[in-house]
Design a protein around this ligand. Structure first.
Ligand code: B4P
Length: 193
């Protein structure tokens, strides 16, 4: 199985690139942001709780995210044609990274590569403000974007060191056309696959 973690700051294009990658490599898509937004739309208890964190730019507590990981993974990978998974927005903390390794190990699998999308902060802010105007997403306003970036630098970037030590981290320039960035990511996946 090809298990790719797509890694990067909010607005770096994780979701955008995942859509093309799942199609090309026949992968299941696990976007924890999408899972939480679907829960919010369905007005479940988890959705209401998740929204109280997301709207402030904070992460949902690790225990909750880790709890739903295995069931989402098993449900998404049950199709016969599934060749692997794109983890989009997970892991975002060291405990989530450890939980992901353990969950995969229990299933005789491992992470194939971690693709880190590098985008300067000014561009991230511009993209997210733009998305906020287009979609009305309640976490895409200036104050919340700043909080999300702080969370990314403090809680998520330490994972990069971990994956670098494991020899799994591949950095990709995340600025340019969606097609050009997709070609860069595909080239490196073809190398590890
Ligand atoms: P996510 O839904 O994961 O979203 P994101 O990080 O904001 O965006 P992404 O990087 O996917 O950017 P996108 O492609 O959409 O997280 C939202 C929230 O959910 C978190 O803040 C947190 O509260 C919660 N959450 C999620 N996972 C969690 C976890 N594991 N633990 C705890 N909490 C969790 O692109 C952004 C914009 O840029 C789009 O408008 C796009 O069109 C544009 N764009 C993309 N590529 C471009 C390019 N090359 N050039 C120009 N624009 C581009």
């Amino acid at each position: 199985m090809l298990n790719i973690v797509i890694f990067g700051a909010p607005g770096s294009g994780k979701g955008t690139q995942s859509i093309n990658l799942i199609e090309k490599y026949k992968l299941a898509h696990i976007s924890t942001g999408d899972v939480l937004r679907a829960e919010k739309a369905a007005e479940t208890e988890l959705g209401k709780l998740a929204d109280s964190y997301m709207s402030k730019g904070q992460l949902i507590p690790d225990e909750l995210m880790i709890d739903i990981l295995a069931s989402v993974f098993d449900q998404k990978t049950k199709n016969e044609g599934c060749k692997g998974v794109i983890f989009d927005g997970f892991p975002r903390t060291i405990p989530q990274g450890t939980a992901l390794n353990e969950m995969l190990e229990e299933r005789g699998q491992k992470i194939s590569a971690v693709v880190s999308l590098d985008v300067p902060e000014e561009e991230l802010i511009e993209r997210l403000l733009n998305r906020g105007k287009l979609t009305g997403r309640n976490d895409d306003n200036y104050e919340t974007i700043k909080a999300r970036l702080d969370v990314y630098y403090n809680q998520t970037t330490p994972l990069k060191e971990l994956y670098e030590k494991d020899g799994k981290l591949y950095s990709v320039e995340g600025v340019g056309s969606v097609e050009d960035i997709f070609a860069r990511i595909s080239a490196l996946i073809d190398r590890v696959n």
